[in-house]
Design a protein around this ligand. Structure first.
Ligand SMILES: Nc1ncnc2c1ncn2[C@@H]1O[C@H](COP(=O)(O)OP(=O)(O)OP(=O)(O)O)[C@@H](O)[C@H]1O
Ligand SMILES: [Mg+2]
Length: 236
């Protein structure tokens, strides 16, 4: 089909389809209303602003890169995150609660909405005391899931208003636990890449002191160097 003026002259630009394309592409912008998608205005000042505070409880003995990974993820979804070290008198820890607190504070110093605290007793009671709405926990593998599910359901029974939020670490940390770090370090293996540098240094210091103590006991009556070399051989 050919487009023509009223007097029969041909319009430049070929057939109707092409003319329509030509016109459509050059429609003046006011004819196509701007697309305004609805959006959530989090900066709204109307009404109370809901800030979600969460606690991340654990023993952190010592804190690992897996813990840090979870703290970083948690700090992105919660307005406030409190890393809460459980003071558990039954456990025989490698580090005192004060030492663990110092390490965690140093590790999280760059995260403005993260703080470190200690607590004892029920986690739900502590959460209520600090007005937290959620408990952050990590799931590494199926083995964690069973225990964590049990804990989460018991905590829900004790305090139905409190939610447990599970997060997964980066794959490279999914096998990592404080217990493994303690064991590897105690047997002389490298814990580099498993914990932050400052924690690695503290663990080494701690284990060296423990070895010296053991060696002294084992090699009573012998020089410290004699005792040391002997116990090293035993470990290898
Ligand atoms: N590598 C990790 N990735 C994800 N979550 C973790 C990791 N390590 C610990 N968590 C989670 O952090 C929380 C506190 O753990 P906790 O302090 O008991 O550490 P842990 O490594 O399990 O220590 P331990 O080996 O002494 O039991 C738990 O929810 C645990 O599942
Ligand atoms: Mg554990």
């Amino acid at each position: 089909m050919v487009n023509r003026w009223r007097d029969g002259r041909r319009l430049p630009g070929g057939d109707a389809r092409l003319s329509i394309t030509y016109i459509t592409l050059r429609l003046p912008s006011p004819l196509t209303p701007a697309y305004n998608p609805p959006f959530l205005d989090l900066s709204s000042t109307e009404g109370p602003v809901k800030r979600i505070k969460a606690i991340y409880p654990g023993s952190f003995d010592p804190p690992t890169n897996g813990h840090l990974d979870l703290i970083e993820r948690g700090s992105k979804i919660f307005d406030e995150l409190v890393v809460a070290i459980l003071r558990n008198p039954e456990k025989d820890p490698l580090f005192s609660v004060a030492d663990r607190r110092k390490m965690l504070e140093a590790m999280t110093s760059g995260l403005d909405n993260v703080s470190v605290d200690t607590f004892d007793g029920l986690t739900v009671d502590y959460a209520l005391r600090v007005e937290a709405r959620a408990i952050l926990r990590g799931i590494r593998a199926i083995s964690d899931y069973e225990y964590e599910l049990q804990m989460a359901l018991m905590n829900r029974k004790l305090q139905p208003g409190l939610e447990t939020v599970f997060m997964m670490p980066a794959e490279k940390y999914s096998y990592l636990s404080s217990r493994l770090v303690r064991e590897v370090a105690q047997l002389g293996g490298s814990i580099e890449c498993l914990v932050p540098d400052l924690v690695e240094q503290k663990v080494r210091e701690k284990i060296d002191v423990a070895h010296k103590f053991t060696n002294r006991e084992q090699s009573a009556g012998k020089t410290p160097s004699e005792g040391k070399s002997k116990s090293r051989k035993k470990k290898l």
